[in-house]
Design a protein around this ligand. Structure first.
Ligand code: GLC
Ligand code: CA
Length: 514
């Protein structure tokens, strides 16, 4: 386990939309370099950058054409190495996005795989033996290649599935996960990882990490074995490199697959969603952090606690504010609600991730036309809002050239306005991150213990090491039989009174006692 993860706070950057340094309307690597001081000042000491590789961008770069080449619109490989170096000088680690389950249909491997003649790449992807033979339970494409067979898709039509074999096999085209062709796919991925790690990258966020072996068992044992093999390489040759999985099943991802971190994703009804993203629930949004919405902390704890307990000796569960696939939380929560929710995320065990712009409360831009396969995700991917200048400081290009339009609201939050307002969400985020760096008890490894949690009641009280944290997102002040007279607050949102043996916690309040 890389030690630096203990105190890591990640910042996710969607490179298209962060900062345009050469005024062509799209964010780029030099733009990220220019903003490293901003990120450092905010308190983040690690980055996850969405795919920056050469791509036809049918899925925002998750359709990789060349894993070893930076997309020209973002810069060059040298620029990326420069970013690694500049970031390291400032104590910031950089994770790239590894897309191991599929490539673009324009990748050289796939072009060769499509050929009628047998070659080195024929079995790099999943193909049946004839164009008339389909694939049960998976999308596939027929009649699109000289080769006689259909190929499997892993996601969109532009993303043919790489071949890591099948867990259960009942058809002649399905290979065992240890077939030589499947092992070469795995080794090709390791080669790509080594390529970037040797250039100074600090690890990878892994896209659809659970998707490799098809018809795998419930725990995804075969897929996990591939990642455990990758981890062996890392432990031996790159012990400081970190891996975070898009999996959302910590017992598989951490215990079996040996990822260091696993995302607690936006999945309908899971513990994370009951906190802040409960809006798909029948009968309305009952998110715990939504004031007066009748939230229930037990819905979260019943899901989270077993996952945390089972996996904590293996790795970290990663809470995030949002990501590039998920509506920004401003979609359903107010700034005051978000202050409390974020204070909670940054005081939980594991390694937290902040999505660019969430620190200033950027809005989800509903109803934007889809861009690069974004569909409803497009509204979460708009340009970072730096200041009130042209294009909100994102780019000096003509407005018509922008990757996506900037928020047109006259009151759109910007970094500049947030920094000028002592009560902004930005300062709450900055303060809680700073506190996390100061207090080992708030970091990834410190103990987590539930102290007071009752069905449909507030507040929720938990301990991290020796710190006691009291959370009351409800519209009413609460009194609890809890003697905190000997403790001092080291962080607070809202109000509290600990002068008596019963603690009073104000409406919409959050306090950390030491
Ligand atoms: C992951 C990515 C998403 C992408 C998909 C296919 O879910 O986060 O953006 O579209 O995988 O690669
Ligand atoms: Ca640019």
């Amino acid at each position: 386990m890389p030690k630096w993860l203990k105190d890591a706070v990640f910042y996710e950057i969607y490179p298209q939309s962060f900062y345009d340094s050469n005024n062509d309307g799209i964010g780029d690597i030099n733009g990220i370099i220019e903003k490293l001081d901003y990120i450092k000042d905010l308190g983040c000491n690690a980055l996850w950058i969405n795919p920056i590789y050469d791509s036809p961008f049918m899925d925002a770069g998750y359709d990789v054409r060349d894993y070893k080449k930076v997309a020209p619109r973002y810069g060059t490989n040298d620029d990326l190495v420069n970013l690694f170096n500049k970031a390291h000088e400032k104590g910031i680690k950089v994770l790239l996005d590894l897309v191991p389950g599929h490539t673009s249909e324009e990748h050289e491997w796939f072009k060769k795989s499509c050929q009628a003649n047998k070659n080195e790449y024929s079995d790099r992807y999943v193909w049946t033996k004839s164009v008339w033979q389909g694939i049960a339970n998976h999308p596939y494409v027929a009649g699109n290649a000289p080769r006689d067979g259909v190929y499997m898709l892993n996601f969109f039509k532009c993303q043919p599935a790489l071949n890591y074999g099948f867990g259960t096999r009942d058809s002649d085209f399905q290979m065992a996960p240890d077939a030589p062709a499947c092992i070469s796919t795995r080794e090709a991925m390791k080669d790509i990882m080594r390529f970037w790690l040797d250039k100074g990258c600090d690890g990878f966020r892994v896209d659809m990490a659970d998707s490799l072996v098809k018809e795998d068992d419930e725990r995804k044992t075969n897929t996990a074995a591939i990642w455990a093999n990758v981890r062996e390489m890392l432990d031996k040759d790159y012990p400081e490199a970190a891996m975070v999985s898009e999996w959302c099943n910590p017992t598989s991802a951490l215990n079996l697959a040996k990822f260091h971190m696993d995302f607690y994703l936006d999945h309908h009804g899971n513990g994370y969603n009951t906190l802040v993203r409960d809006y798909e629930t029948d009968g309305g949004d009952h998110s715990f952090f939504k004031c007066g919405a009748g939230g229930d902390i037990m819905r979260f704890l019943n899901d989270y606690l077993p996952k945390y307990k089972n996996s904590k000796d293996y790795g970290y569960i990663s809470f995030f504010t949002c990501n590039h696939d998920t509506p920004r939380e401003t979609n359903s929560l107010s700034i005051n609600e978000l202050k409390i929710a974020y204070a909670f995320f940054f005081t939980m065990p594991g390694v937290p991730f902040l999505y660019y712009g969430d620190e200033i409360g950027m809005k989800y831009q509903a109803n934007l036309p889809t861009k690069e396969g974004g569909y409803q995700r497009t509204g979460t991917r708009t340009p970072m809002q730096w200041n009130k200048g042209k294009n909100l400081g994102f780019s000096q290009a003509d407005e018509s050239m922008l990757y996506l339009p900037v928020d047109s609201d006259a009151n759109a939050p910007t970094v500049e306005s947030a920094q000028a307002d002592k009560d902004s969400l930005y300062y709450t985020v900055k303060k809680i991150i700073a506190l996390r760096h100061n207090e080992e008890d708030l970091q990834a490894d410190a103990d987590f213990e539930v102290v007071y949690a009752k069905e449909k009641e507030f507040p929720f009280i938990y301990k991290r090491g020796n710190l006691t944290i009291v959370v009351n997102p409800s519209p009413n002040a609460k009194q609890v039989p809890f003697d905190m007279t000997k403790k001092k607050s080291i962080f607070e949102i809202g109000a509290y009174d600990n002068s008596e043996e019963k603690l009073m916690i104000g409406a919409q309040s959050f306090v950390i006692f030491k």
